[in-house]
Design a protein around this ligand. Structure first.
Ligand SMILES: NC(=O)c1ccc[n+]([C@@H]2O[C@H](COP(=O)([O-])OP(=O)(O)OC[C@H]3O[C@@H](n4cnc5c(N)ncnc54)[C@H](OP(=O)(O)O)[C@@H]3O)[C@@H](O)[C@H]2O)c1
Length: 312
């Protein structure tokens, strides 16, 4: 049986629990495709999974979903881009040679040279043909940031001319959300630290607020929609003030419910990227054997856009 390079996580813990090793190349079932993975992404979800550092009330559902003592799939990683190598007998949608991007859902397995995913898109993962104008690393940013940004911003039903604030505008989902909100015709305020203001402005934000600035709360206006693109674990006086001031339905957090893996949304992201509306932002790329450094960096919580792992 041929084998491959893969990163395994044999217990929950710090970045150092991740080890590059050899594992058998998985064999696709009838309804699965085998993907030659060219790039994966190190996301906050991967950090939660590796460290099991979830809030206490979520610990039991998390461990039941991912694995009681360690991840059930020892090869973690949720976001990938690559090329379909082989298709199972019942696969009709995807074809060998397709360049694809997507998420594995809780089945994981993206930190490896090969991964099997179902042809059908569901909560257990899904792939779509990736934008023709992207490399594989950028495609991982597009899949993760795009799915998060579109799912939660669509809840805001944004209309042209409305005032939209993106809190955490320099992250993977934030950079995508700024561009998407501009595309919908909104006046966009991006909240980030001062060092990231130029990046967020270059993505189309009309106004920037530095959440660390002493006068930041006083600079807030009335917004039609606020998207918290950072999540509930990280906050500031600005986020708290917005949370208090906004009607519940118009303060949307990216942590409000599970991320949906949707073929319709992935195809929509492909269209927006190919049309030049959204350009995914990559902060850094690491090699597979630098996975520990990549996790340390993402865990610090201050990346700009996406952190990719180049696999092939
Ligand atoms: N609903 C779901 O199922 C689901 C799934 C996946 C992820 N998520 C959520 O999505 C979140 C965002 O992920 P992401 O990868 O897009 O974000 P991210 O890239 O990790 O966000 C990084 C950005 O957050 C900013 N930041 C850090 N601390 C901050 C604070 N206290 N206030 C404001 N900004 C702060 C940093 O900017 P500065 O350096 O300028 O501080 C950095 O640019 C995750 O953390 C998770 O909570 C939800």
């Amino acid at each position: 049986m041929p084998d491959m390079n893969a990163v395994v996580c044999t217990r929950y813990g710090p970045p150092e629990v991740l080890v590059v090793t050899r594992r058998p190349v998985p064999v696709p079932r009838d309804d699965e495709v085998l993907v030659r993975v060219h790039a994966a992404s190190v996301t906050n979800s991967d950090i939660f999974i590796r460290s099991s550092s979830v809030p206490l009330h979520m610990l039991i559902p998390f461990r039941l979903g991912i694995g009681i003592m360690r991840p059930r799939n020892e090869i973690i990683g949720e976001v990938l881009a690559g090329v379909v190598q082989e298709t199972g007998a019942k696969v009709r949608r995807l074809h060998a040679g397709d360049r694809v991007y997507g998420l594995t859902g809780f089945t994981l397995g993206a930190y490896a040279e090969y991964a099997c995913l179902k042809d059908e898109v569901s909560t257990r993962g899904g792939l779509a043909v990736m934008p023709a104008n992207l490399g594989f690393e950028a495609a991982t940013a597009a899949a993760y940031g795009g799915l998060l940004a579109l799912q939660y911003l669509d809840r805001g039903n944004i209309q042209p001319g409305q005032k939209v604030l993106i809190y955490g505008a320099a992250g993977t989902s934030g950079t995508t959300a700024v561009q998407y909100a501009k595309h919908l015709g909104a006046h966009v305020t991006g909240v980030c630290s001062a060092g990231k203001a130029d990046l967020v402005r270059s993505l189309g934000a009309d106004t920037i607020i530095d959440y660390r600035d002493r006068d930041a709360v006083a600079r807030l206006e009335v917004y039609d929609v606020v998207l918290d693109a950072v999540g509930k674990k990280r906050t500031s006086a600005v986020r708290e003030a917005l949370h208090r001031a906004m009607p519940a339905k118009k303060f949307i957090s990216i942590d409000d419910g599970p991320l949906e893996i949707s073929l319709e949304r992935l195809n929509r992201i492909t269209g927006l990227i190919e049309a030049g509306v959204i350009t995914p932002v990559t902060d850094r790329s690491y090699r597979l054997d630098e996975i520990v450094e990549a996790h340390r960096y993402v865990e610090m919580g201050h990346k700009s856009g996406n952190v990719a792992i180049t696999i092939t």
